[in-house]
Write a protein that binds this ligand. Structure first.
Ligand SMILES: Cc1ncc(COP(=O)(O)O)c(C=O)c1O
Length: 377
């Protein structure tokens, strides 16, 4: 079976985990957590990075830092993972879903303004497949209407928009290091804080409502409970696993990009003859090869293609059930405007196996199976 995903592993993870154990510090905010955060701050020119227990909890923190009141509204795409939405529901907001662009599957920036009401407080662009949303337009709308922007960059680690790392453009950005992501720590994530005024509140929120971070830096002589908070620190064991991957971030990125480019090259003739569609990467976007998807003609063709691949021991998967039509989406939000592309395009999308270390012969087997399917049609 060619799996859809294999969690990334560079070979050095066990050594760093051993070191974390030898350091006798396996809770959060030890040497490896610091190394990972500093690495991201430097590499991505991020003002402050806090490692979290997941991409979801990074979004939870961002949503709480937005200080929403009941009835406040948040604008987001419906074609996204549940975490983008649920973080803001937990923080008390109503969701307003906006349609996507069919080329990138990202929120359609030209439809955001029509969704703004006097209750709107935040825009949450999600960079699908690590390809940037149109951030200049989104930041301009946010500035003109006095809104915050939280980037869901769960899939966008190492991607950029006009030279700026995803996650560093809005007020805050969120990364995921889940095992399905380009860089992993099993479960984990990071909050990127791009405005220093959030730094102190974020540290308190992450440390159970205490000022323990200040205490560890010697800025207060004892720590105490100062506000509400939660526990968002990952263990050093997880951070040690991530550290091994960050040290080889370019190698992992190059390997994935190579697979992505080979898929594209091989399937381009099928796209040119109008049999399927390939992903678009707009000018100014550098992507991280987080996923390679194709778009079949319709739901029926996609279902047949999944079956065809499965019969050849290849696992290909689709997502997402648009949030506005899911039970929780109906309860917590509404779709603004017309659903021109969200449902119709998500019905067509299929992700091919792509992971660090995917063997050449496996990639070729996937290409052959897709070609065979379309050549028979
Ligand atoms: C777009 C998006 N947002 C949020 C998340 C949540 O990240 P995590 O699984 O690390 O909680 C994911 C991934 O799972 C995602 O793809």
């Amino acid at each position: 079976m060619i799996p859809f995903n294999v969690p990334p592993c560079t070979g050095d993870e066990l050594e760093y985990i051993r070191q974390a154990i030898a350091n006798r510090k396996i809770c959060g905010d030890g040497e490896f957590t610091k190394k990972c955060s500093h690495w991201m701050e430097q590499r991505f020119h991020a003002q402050k990075v806090l490692l979290t227990t997941s991409g979801t909890t990074a979004l939870d923190m961002a949503a709480l830092l937005c200080e929403l009141r009941p009835g406040d509204e948040v604008i987001l795409p419906s074609f996204t993972f549940s975490s983008t939405a649920t973080a803001f529901v937990l923080a008390g907001a109503r969701l307003v879903f906006v349609d996507i662009r069919p080329d990138t599957m990202n929120i359609d920036e030209t439809k955001i303004e029509a969704a703004i009401t006097p209750r709107t407080k935040v825009i949450v662009p999600m960079h699908y497949a690590g390809v940037a949303c149109e951030m200049d337009a989104i930041m301009d709308i946010a500035r003109r209407h006095g809104l915050k922007v939280v980037e869901d960059a769960a899939q966008g680690v190492m991607s950029s928009y006009k030279g700026r790392a995803l996650g560093t453009i809005g007020d805050m950005g969120c990364f995921s290091f889940h095992e399905t992501k380009n860089y992993s720590m099993g479960e984990g994530g990071a909050l990127l804080i791009n405005r220093p005024e959030y730094n102190e509140r974020a540290e308190i929120l992450r440390e159970k409502g205490t000022n323990r971070s200040k205490f560890f830096r010697g800025q207060v002589d004892k720590y105490t409970w100062v506000d509400f908070g939660d526990s968002y620190l990952p263990s050093e064991l997880n951070a040690a696993y991530l550290w091994a991957q960050l040290l080889k971030a370019d190698e992992i990125n190059d390997n994935r990009l190579n697979t992505w480019n080979k898929y594209r090259e091989a399937l381009l003739p099928l796209a040119q003859s109008g049999k399927l569609e390939l992903p678009t990467v707009p000018e100014g976007c550098v992507h991280n090869a987080h996923m390679f998807y194709i778009k079949a003609k319709d739901l029926e063709e996609r279902t047949a293609l999944i079956k065809h691949l499965k019969e050849r021991d290849i696992l290909a998967v689709f997502h997402y059930v648009p949030l506005h039509s899911a039970p929780a989406g109906l309860r917590f939000g509404r779709f603004n405007g017309e659903d021109l592309y969200t449902t119709s395009q998500s019905d067509r999308l299929l992700r091919l196996p792509l992971y660090f270390g995917l063997a050449d012969q496996d990639r070729q087997a996937v290409i052959n199976a897709v070609r065979e399917f379309y050549n028979e049609r």
